[in-house]
Design a protein around this ligand. Structure first.
Ligand SMILES: NC(=O)C1=CN([C@@H]2O[C@H](COP(=O)(O)OP(=O)(O)OC[C@H]3O[C@@H](n4cnc5c(N)ncnc54)[C@H](O)[C@@H]3O)[C@@H](O)[C@H]2O)C=CC1
Ligand SMILES: O=C(CO)COP(=O)(O)O
Length: 327
């Protein structure tokens, strides 16, 4: 497991609890020491005891040497740099699994595209995993489900089998585009729901943003090649609900701070962990424009982020001035 933040550590625990020997790479030696000596990662998962068959190292070479499965869970904007370091280290037949839910800001590429490009992987050696997976809830062993996608069904099945235990059920599909974009796009809608929550609007407003948000992100994902059914599965609707409703969500929290009147820089300064949606929105809007997809909610988030729209104006703009339109 590469990345020892909240999701990397939690997913490493999932794999270890499924009975596997897991090595987690922690960039900071003090995090690796704490995991090895106290079986804890208090900075990210306070109060969680980690299994003994999960060991940590700050040495990337040691972490990946001889491993057949390499999971990647670092902030999306750092994935390319990490992949560059991996290029000469991973085994020739290793399968790489992205757990990340962002796009590269400069290129708009999905994480599997970044990893595949840098590492020159054939389709059967790359997979992605997504779903309603708030890290701390899973670390507390609350039951949930995840979906693993790869162009190769055999690869998806092999990864899903690894990540299956008493509290996590894994499903598979072959829609990498939809599975990956589901995770990226729900973050934007969670920011919007956070914004209206921060303003003080109630459940009707939030439900309207979620519902219209699902339609909007589905249109986008399908235009990019996703299956529509994926967007009402775990990686789409499932993750949308979890992220928009959870006070543990960093994207929802970032949105709520915006709704309370904090400006972008203040929000970033207050966030201790990664809120991928803040970084993805610009790239998604550029892709949407290129593919002719209308994304009113994402546009409004961008307007709020750049101070062009008051957070209180976000929801009313769901209604257009040109009369009623079809749902
Ligand atoms: N936390 C969650 O509930 C979930 C998170 N994810 C996704 O997992 C990915 C990782 O997020 P989290 O673990 O939550 O973030 P986090 O903020 O909790 O941890 C990020 C980790 O990456 C490390 N890191 C930062 N910069 C780095 C660099 N340049 N090179 C290598 N490592 C670096 C940090 O030291 C930290 O260990 C994100 O794409 C996120 O969307 C997906 C599902 C659930
Ligand atoms: O992806 C997640 C849940 O599935 C985590 O969401 P946040 O990154 O907003 O915390």
């Amino acid at each position: 497991m590469l990345g020892s933040g909240s999701w990397g550590t939690t997913f490493a625990k999932v794999l270890a609890d499924a009975g596997h020997e897991v090595t987690i790479w922690a960039r900071r030696p003090e995090v690796a020491n704490e995991i090895n000596e106290s079986h804890r990662n208090t900075g990210y998962l306070p109060g969680i005891d980690l299994p003994r068959n999960l060991r940590a190292t700050p040495d990337l070479v040691e972490a990946v040497r001889g491993q057949h499965f390499v999971f990647v869970s670092v902030p999306a904007q750092t994935a390319r740099e990490l992949a560059g370091q991996l290029a000469t280290l991973i085994d020739d037949d290793a399968v790489v699994v992205s757990l990340m839910k962002g796009v590269e800001r400069s290129s708009g590429l999905r994480m599997s595209e970044v990893l595949t490009g840098v590492l020159d992987l054939p389709p059967e050696r790359i997979a992605v995993a997504s779903g309603p997976n708030i890290a701390l809830e899973i670390a507390k062993e609350q039951p949930t489900a995840i979906v693993v996608a790869s162009d190769s069904e055999a690869t998806a099945v092999s990864v899903a089998k690894l990540a299956r235990n008493g509290y996590l059920k894994s499903f598979v599909n072959v829609d990498v585009v939809g599975t990956e974009f589901g995770g990226v796009l729900k973050n934007l809608i969670a920011i919007a729901v956070g914004i209206v929550d921060g303003v003080g609007y109630g459940e009707n407003t939030k439900a309207s943003v979620m519902t219209r948000g699902l339609a909007e992100i589905s249109d986008f994902a399908v235009a990019m090649g996703a299956q529509a059914s994926t967007m009402i599965g775990l990686a789409g609707l499932g993750d949308l609900i979890a992220t928009c409703e959870s006070p543990l969500s960093r994207n929802f929290t970032a949105g709520r701070l915006l709704g309370q009147g904090y400006v972008y820089d203040d929000v970033v300064a207050q966030m201790q962990q990664t809120a991928e949606g803040l970084r993805s929105v610009g790239a998604i809007l550029e892709l949407a424009e290129r593919h002719g997809v209308d994304m009113p909610i994402a546009t409004q988030i961008d307007d709020v982020l750049h101070g062009r729209m008051s957070p209180a104006d976000l929801a009313p703009h769901l209604a257009t001035d040109d009369g009623p339109s079809g749902e």
